[in-house]
Design a protein around this ligand. Sequence first.
Ligand code: NAD
Ligand code: FES
Length: 282
Amino acid sequence: MFNVISNEIIAENLHKMVVSAPRIAHARKPGQFVMVRLDQGEERIPLTISDADSAAGTITLFIQAVGASTRNIVATPAGGFIRDVAGPLGKGTRIINWGRVVCIGGGVGTAVLFPMVKALAEAGNQVTTIIGGRSGNFILLAAELTPLSDTFLVTTEDGSLGTKGFVTAPLADILADPARIPRAVFAVGPVPMMKAVAEMTRPQGIETIVSLNPIMIDGTGMCGGCRVQIGAETKFACVDGPEFDAHQVDFDGLSDRLTSYHTEEAGMHAAAECKIGRNVSV
Ligand code: NAD
Ligand code: FES
């Protein structure tokens, strides 16, 4: 059993939960995730480990309440317990000193981006962070990301905060300026956003890394649910990823797989019995 230390709402349907998990807190690397199961018979949910405090023995998870299982998890108050937290799983982010990097977070993907930005900043990179959302209410972790970033930019689709438009607009400005060309770009968010970023950096051959969120069931490479096409190879996001070279990712195939269970998920969520885990992790 894993003790919930704190649980706070940080945006609409989005919770920040700190959970006692000393072994995971000690072993985890940025980019890794855990499989969380609230109780016996419940769905397993993959959640990115957004932060960890090895001295306190805690991990921080951002959880978007999008279905019955995630709603049940976020309903667990501080002092409550989660039955299973398995991990750390997946490969960590490759953190080196690239020099100049751009990190892009779309919507709730920003919470997955956060540990990457932190690790890249700690490795001495000059980090430009761009985060975007539909409106100011959907901008996450601005206060936490600002001190880690040499340049911090916000976009909103309605113009209520930062620059009006998509995250890709400031990226286009950066890519057009020879003095600001990054050595690497990291992007986490909706599939169309990651695909757009990949197409923008491809002509200049800028290394671009995306974190993928396919459907996951076991999280250990056994079920094949999370398979993604990377170049000529089929990979499992849970053991081979979740981060991949964006220029090799079949984003259209990923989109198809993400939408193929929508009807079933809607029905199962209604019955509160969904057994399919999507990486709602944020
Ligand atoms: P959203 O649809 O509100 O988009 C957030 C921002 O992404 C937009 O404001 C825009 O700046 C950018 N964006 C979206 N579409 C774009 C496009 N076509 N071109 C350029 N930029 C674009 O996002 P949301 O509702 O907060 O996030 C939900 C999505 O994020 C879901 O699809 C979810 O699966 C995905 N997600 C991905 C990960 C991951 O690990 N990759 C993690 C969590 C959530
Ligand atoms: Fe089953 Fe990855 S979730 S193989």
